[in-house]
Design a binder for this molecule. Structure first.
Ligand code: AMP
Length: 306
């Protein structure tokens, strides 16, 4: 299964991706984790990424796509994976689609985790992570007075708060999400891949919703098909001149085919009626000429015409 988790920072993508790792045995691929690791190791990618990450901006597509390309080439991705925090804009989404097309393994599902911003801000303020394994916890989930520790091993160091989880950077990251990442919702809805879940609930409940959404059949492409005619209607309303020309043209083209069949269908019986009256008169005249021996308009008598 190849899955993308979409959602604002703090919507629970990382936590839910870990749940999918446990449940389906798929690797979690978090570009945020990969970038933080690159920064910590001081690699070329890490050096390029650091300034953008500290400011809450997106790291350049070149760097992120390079990292993703290398990661998807690893053997543990053969059975599938959970992408967490990638793609984050349309350029990345298209580049991912091209990479997957090349190997003939397209995405199976994209799940949008929806959480109100007021909840997100509180969650991010309480978020802590393990510097060793990147597991994510929240101080609001701990018993009052208890010290939160990483549950993945007694040797794991104390949890830390991410440097970009401060108030100023969070508001910048939410702004970036709205502008660059939210357009992916329509993008994936248009491809029939998008499923939405309400992420404002306890972690276990959200996991149930997520698994339920993944096991459901694909929702189809209905939303974007509805959106297209709306957009056309707006454009027509804005351009009055075009509308007039179009409406005139429509009247002409519509009127012609309507009139033609009507005229034809009426004309036929009328003509037939006239012809039959004439032919009846002609027959009567011919009969009376024949009986009286008069010549017709050609000047020929009955015998001459034979
Ligand atoms: P995250 O852990 O997903 O919240 O990501 C932390 C930071 O890493 C983001 O604020 C970005 O600066 C950077 N980052 C993570 N993923 C991407 C991506 N797909 N594209 C660009 N920047 C990213």
């Amino acid at each position: 299964m190849r899955i993308v988790l979409l959602g604002a920072p703090g919507s629970g993508k990382g936590t839910q991706a870990q749940r999918l790792v446990e449940r389906f045995g798929l690797p979690q691929i978090s570009t945020g984790d990969l970038l933080r690791s690159a920064v910590a190791r001081g690699t070329a990618y890490g050096l390029q990424a650091k300034a953008a990450m500290d400011a809450g901006r997106l790291v350049s597509d070149d760097v992120v796509l390079g990292i993703i390309h290398d990661r998807l080439a690893e053997t543990d991705t053969m059975r599938g994976y959970v992408l967490d925090g990638f793609p984050r804009n349309l350029v990345q989404a298209r580049a991912l689609a091209a990479m997957l097309r090349q190997i003939g393994k397209p995405l199976d599902a994209v799940v949008l985790i929806e959480v109100p911003y007021s909840v997100i801000v509180k969650r991010i303020a309480g978020r802590r992570s393990c510097p060793k394994c990147a597991a994510v916890y929240n101080i609001h989930d701990a018993a009052p007075g208890a010290t939160l520790r990483c549950r993945n091993g007694a040797d794991h160091p104390p949890l830390i708060q991410r440097p970009d989880d401060n108030e100023a950077t969070v508001s910048k990251r939410l702004e970036v999400y709205e502008k660059s990442t939210r357009p992916l919702v329509d993008h994936y809805a248009g491809q029939g891949l998008l499923r939405r879940i309400d992420g404002d609930a306890p972690t276990d409940v959200v996991t149930q919703r997520l698994v339920g959404a993944l096991l459901q059949p694909a929702p189809g492409r209905g939303k974007v098909q509805k959106a297209k005619p709306k957009a056309k209607a707006k454009t027509k309303a804005k351009t009055k001149a075009k509308t007039k020309v179009k409406s005139k043209a429509k009247v002409k083209t519509k009127a012609k085919p309507k009139k033609k069949p009507a005229t034809k269908s009426r004309a036929k019986p009328k003509k037939k009626a006239k012809v039959s009256v004439k032919s009846q008169r002609t027959k009567k005249k011919a009969a009376s000429r024949a009986s009286s021996g008069r010549k017709d308009a050609t000047g020929r008598g009955r015998r001459a015409r034979r």
